[in-house]
Design a protein around this ligand. Structure first.
Ligand SMILES: NC(=O)C1=CN([C@@H]2O[C@H](COP(=O)(O)OP(=O)(O)OC[C@H]3O[C@@H](n4cnc5c(N)ncnc54)[C@H](O)[C@@H]3O)[C@@H](O)[C@H]2O)C=CC1
Ligand SMILES: O=C([O-])CC(=O)C(=O)O
Length: 333
């Protein structure tokens, strides 16, 4: 259900329509700009609010000339953050610094933790019912940061906070079909765990495809470290932006459709999870069925083989440490 439905008139239309509001925080960045473009093209978006510390008036002016139904408004600087978020149904957060070669996602914590915490605090004030889609790394820690800010305010709703891990399944489908053939758009791969290195656990046994042991090793490594391929290729100029914009737009589109009542929409996401709790972690990525309230059902891991059991075992201590770091940051910071 949309948190903040309002009636507005669509572009060039005399018919009043419901207008879900999506805010993008970090909208002028490498992910933010193409993501905002894809959202401007999405017919389910009614109002697009673009927030960043810099350049958003220009990005908004540019996108506003596209003849789709949604309105676009730019907001710049901390004094405009609350106005940008106010009344949002969905807040997508690709704000913060990206990796350079040699860095881990956890190395970004120092800068990005404070950025994400500040955005969550503003959301608590002006958009307490918004669904928050966290892209900023390290996702394993930034999702707990958002959750703890909402818990502190006494309004935590686990159905509304998502770590966007869609890029992991997008990559997994691409890499599997590159090796084995087939249509990547019709070859889903269940990827569970978190969003960094060994915490990314592809469940290749669930694809129904036969792999040799060396193929499983190579694919697992490539899916776990796909982000590093892009960081290396960009030679210090950042990490994945275009593929991430696609992944973020896909997740936002799925959620918008589910909020509007569409059934059977399943996307992977790193969420507060009873499935995770069984393995000793509060947050865990698995397939999630989306519904009118956000998370409708967190799907179980499903059958896994001995190889994947080992991957899971290796992931848990790192995930626990990443989650604790995020939780502690909110209570100490
Ligand atoms: N979840 C995932 O699968 C992925 C996550 N990422 C992460 O997304 C984040 C953004 O990456 P890029 O767009 O490439 O970086 P970028 O540096 O190109 O853009 C980041 C934007 O955030 C803005 N920003 C900084 N502080 C802000 C604040 N307090 N409020 C609002 N905006 C603020 C900057 O001005 C900049 O425009 C990084 O942390 C990166 O690691 C990147 C790829 C995939
Ligand atoms: O690798 C990075 O730092 C960005 C990211 O999360 C990804 O591409 O999966």
């Amino acid at each position: 259900m949309f948190a903040n439905r309002v009636i507005t008139r669509g572009f060039a239309s005399s018919v009043a329509s419901l207008a879900p509001k999506v805010a993008v925080v970090g909208a002028a960045g490498g992910i933010g700009q193409p993501l905002s473009l894809l959202l401007k093209l999405n017919p389910h978006v009614g109002r697009l609010a673009l927030y960043d510390l810099v350049n958003t008036p220009g990005v908004a002016a540019d996108l506003s000339h596209i003849n789709t139904q949604s309105s676009v408004k730019g907001y710049k600087g901390p004094e405009q953050l609350e106005d940008a978020l106010k009344g949002s149904d969905i807040i997508v957060v690709p704000a913060g610094v990206p990796r350079k070669p040699g860095m881990t996602r956890d190395d970004l914590f120092k800068i990005n933790a404070g950025i994400v915490k500040g955005i969550a605090e503003a959301a608590v004030k002006v958009a307490p019912n918004a669904h928050i889609l966290v892209i900023s790394n390290p996702v394993n820690s930034t999702v707990p940061i958002v959750a703890e800010v909402f818990k502190k305010a006494g309004i935590f709703n686990p159905k509304r906070i998502f770590g966007v891990t869609t890029l992991d399944v997008v990559r997994a489908s691409t890499f599997v079909t590159t090796l084995k053939g087939g249509d990547a758009t019709k070859t889903p791969v269940h990827v569970i765990g978190g969003h960094s290195g060994v915490t990314i656990i592809p469940l290749l046994s669930q694809t129904g495809i036969n792999f040799a042991k060396e193929e499983v090793d190579a694919l697992t490594h490539r899916i776990q470290f796909g982000g590093d391929e892009v960081v290396k290729a960009k030679e210090g100029l950042g990490s994945a932006t275009l593929s991430m914009a696609h992944a973020g737009a896909r997740f936002t589109d799925s959620l918008l459709r589910a909020l509007a009542g569409a059934k059977g929409i399943v996307e992977p996401s790193y969420v507060y999870s009873e499935i995770g709790a069984k393995h000793g972690v509060e947050y865990f990525a698995t397939n999630v069925e989306l519904g009118p309230e956000g998370v409708a059902k967190v799907h179980p891991i499903g059958p896994i083989n001995a190889y994947e059991e080992q991957l899971l075992k290796a992931a848990i201590p790192e995930l626990q440490a990443n989650i604790k770091k995020g939780v502690d940051f909110v209570h100490q910071g």
